[in-house]
Ligand binder design. Structure first.
Ligand code: FAD
Length: 483
């Protein structure tokens, strides 16, 4: 190895400097480091990021580039398959080694093995590390060595293992000073232009490792104590808001885990709340565990009985749902929060997803694709697993016949109506007695609040009672059609 040979660190779903074993390893070798981010094309195993996630990726790369450059490390940006592009770069710069952190999911592992072998043929060392999940996928297995299908035993088994302690940002990294070609981030077109619909997203979010850590600090110091009780109330902002940062690896799950456990040990966080939070991080592990065994999780029912489900095609109803104009205020509030900020509260994700698949009888994959395009945290495992769970066709799913009543859900989880009033301002002045069911409000209450149903705010696209019956009968059809 000569001083002139750089060690390439490949960044993928790990856009951070802390707890980045690949970067730490490269720094410790003493070789000059050239960081590389590859925008890979769509493949059988890789979905192109949706529009909101592309916005996030742009911001996160700007932040990563700034953090690396502050330490003298250049970041090359390239487009193309890892195989061709990386080998080309290795040859051009005469790299001595390539390091990366493993991505979750079996397909990525297989791709990595092929890549490692091609690099070996070039005479280049490769080093890969676990970094993006709490545990390696094969670490949590049933007694017979298989994958879990139910969350509770999965998490019980997982909790027997202590995740590795997170690594600090390497103290000194020698940056590569040689020449290399890089594309311009601006040329990747990750940001929307005509029109620029991301104004609402930019108001709420700052992508990048530093902001992710600020959100973790704020959550551990203030919010976690209310998590158990308040996490289901969308107006309360009682969750960590870490999902887009976990999706892009701006912060590691291991850092979150150790930080929260340390707060419990120091008496700074109530154990029950903090453990509830960690179990949600555990759901992320579980979803990736499922994706590992079911690479077509986004396109195939986990429970094949649902292949016979008589879904309806209703473009008008789908559009009403997407635009937040179903006439059910809690659903509309969620869909508008999603459109404006690129994020939706978990409780409302469940209500909105249930409404699409059960009240409108629209295939969950339509909703999954909409979320994929509009969520800044759109995740290849969590999103399809969440949709399949709500629909009832997923692993460890809520049964299909358990149909959320959007009025009761709204009254229970947004009792004062603060969330609905914020996102559905045309109902702002309606008394809370009617806020979640404006169609039942007396004419006077509506007119005093300035609401004209069918004009200022839509009438319900479906009646809850009949929609429920229709959904149950569709479910029975599926069951009775069983071979
Ligand atoms: P917190 O409550 O603070 O949880 C901490 C972290 O745990 C989250 O950041 C997330 O990484 C993980 N987590 C929490 N709940 C879940 C869950 N149910 N399943 C898997 N991981 C979880 N989450 C995504 O990250 N990306 C998605 O694309 C996504 N799509 C979803 C679609 C549907 C239909 C549903 C019902 C849920 C979906 N979720 C998804 C899960 C969940 O809604 C979000 O992770 C959560 O709302 C993010 O907010 P937070 O970071 O404040 O969560």
């Amino acid at each position: 190895m000569t001083d002139a040979s750089p060690h390439i660190v490949l960044f993928r779903d790990d856009l951070r400097l802390a707890d980045n074993p690949a970067l730490t390893h490269a720094a410790h070798t003493g070789a000059p480091v050239l960081a590389l981010f590859l925008l890979e094309p769509e493949s059988e195993t890789r979905r192109p990021p949706g529009a909101a996630a592309r916005w996030w990726l742009h911001g996160s790369l700007v932040s990563l580039r700034g953090d690396l450059e502050a330490r003298g490390v250049p970041l090359a940006l390239m487009r193309g398959s890892a195989h061709a592009t990386l080998i080309d770069l290795v040859r051009r710069v005469g790299a001595c080694a390539v390091s990366w952190n493993r991505r979750a999911g079996a397909p990525s592992r297989e791709e990595d093995e092929i890549l490692a072998s091609a690099l070996k043929d070039e005479g280049v060392e490769t080093h890969h590390f676990p970094a993006n999940m709490l545990f390696e996928p094969e670490a949590v297995r049933t007694g017979s060595g298989g994958a879990y299908r139910v969350f509770t035993p999965f998490w019980r088994a997982a909790r027997q293992i202590t995740p590795d302690a997170p690594l600090p940002v390497p103290q000194a990294i020698k940056g590569w000073k040689g020449a290399f070609e890089s594309e311009r981030l601006e040329d990747w077109g990750l940001l929307p232009t005509k029109p620029d619909w991301a104004g609402g997203i930019a108001q709420v979010w700052t992508p990048g490792e530093s902001d992710a850590r600020l959100r973790l600090d704020a959550f551990v110091q203030r919010t976690v104590a209310d998590y158990g009780e308040r996490r289901d109330f969308p107006a309360d902002a009682a969750t960590s808001l870490l999902s887009p940062s976990l999706r892009f690896g701006e912060i590691s799950a291991r850092e979150i885990w150790h930080r929260v456990r340390a707060a419990i040990a120091a008496g700074d966080a109530p154990e029950a709340d903090a453990e509830k939070f960690l179990s949600e991080v555990g759901w992320r592990e579980f979803c990736h565990h499922l994706l590992g065994g079911h690479r077509d999780l986004a396109t195939r029912n986990f429970n094949p009985a649902f292949d016979r489900f008589p879904w309806a095609r209703d473009e008008k109803a789908l559009a009403a749902w997407q635009k937040g104009r179903t006439g059910y205020p809690i659903v509309d509030a969620g869909m508008r929060e999603l459109w404006t900020t690129g994020w939706m509260h978990n409780r409302v994700r469940m209500i909105a997803a249930s409404f699409l698949t059960k009240h409108l009888l629209i295939d969950w994959q339509e909703g999954e694709r909409w979320f994929w395009d509009t969520l800044v945290d759109a995740d290849p495992a969590n999103n399809p697993a969440g949709w399949q769970w709500v629909t009832g066709c997923g692993a460890d799913a809520a049964p299909y016949f358990r149909i959320f009543n959007p009025v009761l859900q709204g009254e229970k989880f947004d009792p004062e109506g603060a969330y609905v009033r914020h996102w559905v301002p045309e109902l702002e002045r309606l008394d809370k007695r009617w806020l979640h069911k404006p169609w039942e409000a007396p004419a006077r209450a509506l007119s005093e609040a300035g609401v004209r149903l069918g004009e200022t705010y839509p009438r319900p696209v479906v009646d809850h009672g009949s929609a429920r019956k229709r959904a149950l009968s569709a479910y029975e059809t599926m069951r009775s059609d069983a071979p």
